[in-house]
Design a protein around this ligand. Structure first.
Ligand SMILES: Cc1ncc(C[n+]2csc(CCOP(=O)(O)OP(=O)(O)O)c2C)c(N)n1
Ligand SMILES: [Mg+2]
Length: 589
């Protein structure tokens, strides 16, 4: 319920940056904001970040971070930033993650020292594992108190949280005097979005935050994303290989990016097929004749078949990690080109030829360098369709049919976030979205609860109906973030796969022949919980009742937050067999 005018401010900042860059590149100081600086470092921090386009703060307040929140209050009143108080610190970082995925712009997440910062840790680690940039701002107790038992001391004399965060950020530092701020901020911004992206952490002791802002201006150079290097020789080699291949397969990985959708047309042109990793499923629409499905965790047989009979694999933004390769077992012994903005993942596949380039450059090169083949090469496999769809019955809701129903019912541009748990497996296999970038997962760390708050962050960024698919276990960990959505009337919908248990654990233990333990949880009425929080809720106990879910829950950008509590058939075995085998056997290639 903030009155933030972020849109107009953004234009102002863009204009300001343009002026600074054109007049005297790398020289002109950024005049931070129309709001002006109150003269202390905390105000300068908020002004500088706003000048670099960071205007959303997801966070939880506390003692040592007060000077920053004081500045945020002033800047929010001036319309420069928007503060979104979350119910927990992990949720703040998950929301910043969802905001970046939705807008391509970094948000800040902030928490107090000690327990506030340690609560952030998991979610920052998750963003790091998925290469999502964000600014993590934490305080320290005042410098003069460090090392003598100050409450929540997290400096190197206490719990040393900057060091812990160093392990899961691209840069983590403590600003020990105001004069360090300009250059440390520039370094942080360059590390967050240059090359491999990821979160960066700046820790500011409370007395430094309250100190006098330095005269030194913050320079604009760090806002310029580095020009993309393109390995021209590698691209030429790749184009030659595609021209010679009979059955090329294009593999869209987690980081393939928005130009990847064009690869479907390239595949049609060269008679190839397109498969994706579970995370790469984000980048393309799934209703296209060249699409053969997902390889890796919970993927499709059709995708595996396509890859196994390929004579060339061209991977875009592939991480080649365990889940996206079924424990490294899915790639055949044929040439593999690994196209990415960096060469940091190609080593995971022996013999892969790394080509440093962005997806768009290679799309262009293939479009111009490979003549269309008519008729397209011999493999005319139909795209994968979820099997076994029946008319909605009065029986319990099979999770596969829930996914198919969502695929048929959701408007094409509604963005779906899927949490860790069986919902991820079912949606990987059976949820088809026609438009690219409408399906998001966070599989780098597979952290429960990511989707619950990433959905909030995305809705803050986009103000459009946004969906979260989560299990009841995850909801019990983090569902009260729903109250954030209620406060701000965000258009979010939670579809809860309610099986009164940690289903992935229960099925995993059974499939592996392990002891059956610790997976039962009590039956909770999430529709009632929604109402208790001020949201609307509906309960679905049979497939036929899916028809009664109000369309505004799925399509209306003005309706507030909603919860659809779906009692799913807990006996239905999720497609997780390859993960169970992977856990049992370790590396398969
Ligand atoms: C934070 C965290 N804790 C534990 C796990 C391990 N884990 C993965 S899925 C899962 C069960 C999820 O249960 P629920 O959210 O109800 O989804 P379901 O599988 O039942 O659909 C657990 C415990 C994890 N990935 N992340
Ligand atoms: Mg469950």
């Amino acid at each position: 319920m903030s009155s933030c005018g972020a849109g107009s401010h953004k234009e102002e900042v863009t204009e300001m940056l343009a002026i600074a860059t054109v007049d005297t590149p790398n020289e002109a100081p950024l005049r931070a904001s129309a709001a002006g600086s109150a003269g202390n470092l905390a105000d300068r921090v908020v002004d500088d970040l706003a000048a670099f386009g960071v205007t959303k703060y997801f966070g939880v307040p506390g003692g040592a971070i007060e000077p920053l929140f004081g500045a945020l209050a002033r800047k929010e009143r001036a319309g420069l930033v928007e503060v979104i108080p979350m119910r927990s610190e992990a949720a703040a970082a998950f929301a910043a993650d969802g905001y970046f995925r939705a807008t391509g712009r970094m948000a800040a997440c902030t928490a107090t020292t000690g327990p506030g910062t340690s609560n952030l840790l998991t979610a920052v680690m998750s963003a790091h594992a998925d290469r999502i940039p964000m600014i993590v701002l934490t305080p320290q107790v005042a410098l003069k108190k460090q090392g003598r038992g100050a409450l929540q001391d997290s400096s190197s004399d206490g719990y040393d949280l900057p060091r812990m965060l160093d392990e899961c950020t691209r840069y983590s530092t403590t600003v020990t005097c105001p004069e360090q701020w300009p250059h440390k901020l520039s370094r942080a911004l360059a590390r967050a979005e240059g090359g491999q992206m990821g979160p960066v952490h700046l820790s500011l002791p409370s007395d430094v935050l309250s100190g006098v802002a330095p005269e030194t201006p913050t320079r604009p150079f760090a806002v310029t994303r580095p020009a993309q290097a393109v390995d021209e020789r590698g691209v030429a080699e790749l184009v030659r290989a595609v021209n010679e291949a009979r059955r090329p397969v294009i593999y869209v990985g987690d980081d393939a990016g928005e130009r990847a959708h064009a690869l479907l047309d390239i595949a049609m042109r060269v008679g190839g097929r397109v498969v994706t990793s579970p995370g790469g499923k984000r980048w393309i629409g799934h209703v296209h004749p060249a699409y053969s499905g997902v390889i890796g965790f919970s993927g499709h047989v059709s995708a595996r078949d396509a890859v196994m009979s390929a004579d060339l694999v061209i991977a875009f933004g592939a991480t080649f990690d365990e889940l996206s390769t079924s424990a490294w077992s899915v790639l055949p012994d044929v040439p593999v080109f690994a196209v990415d903005r960096h060469a940091e993942h190609a080593y995971r596949i022996a013999g892969a030829r790394a080509v440093v380039a962005d997806t768009g450059s290679v799309v262009e090169a293939l479009w111009h360098g490979v003549p269309a083949r008519v008729p397209a090469v011999d493999w005319e496999r139909p795209p994968p369709r979820p099997s076994g769809f029946r008319e909605l019955s009065t029986g319990p809701v099979h999770p596969s049919e829930l996914m198919q129903w969502l695929g048929r019912t959701l408007p094409p541009d509604v963005v779906v976030h899927v949490d860790a748990g069986n919902g991820f497996s079912w949606s990987t296999r059976d949820l088809d979205r026609p438009s690219p970038d409408t399906y998001r997962v966070a599989m780098g760390l597979s952290t429960m609860c990511w989707a619950i708050s990433a959905t909030i962050g995305a809705a803050v960024g986009r103000q459009r109906r946004t969906l979260c698919i989560a299990g009841d276990g995850a909801m019990l960990m983090s569902s009260l973030e729903l109250t954030v959505a209620v406060e701000r009337r965000l258009p979010v919908t939670y579809v809860v796969l309610n099986d009164s248990g940690l289903g992935m654990v229960r099925h995993g233990q059974r499939l592996a022949g392990a002891e059956s333990i610790a997976h039962e949880i009590p039956c909770v009425n999430f529709d009632e919980l929604a109402r208790a929080c001020g949201a609307t809720g509906v309960r679905v106990t049979t497939q036929r009742e899916l028809r009664d879910v109000p369309m505004r829950f799925l399509a209306d950008d003005r309706a507030g937050p909603c919860v659809v509590d779906v009692r799913i058939d807990r006996v239905a075995v999720p497609p997780i067999g390859d993960r169970v085998m992977g856990l049992a056997s370790g590396v398969s290639k």
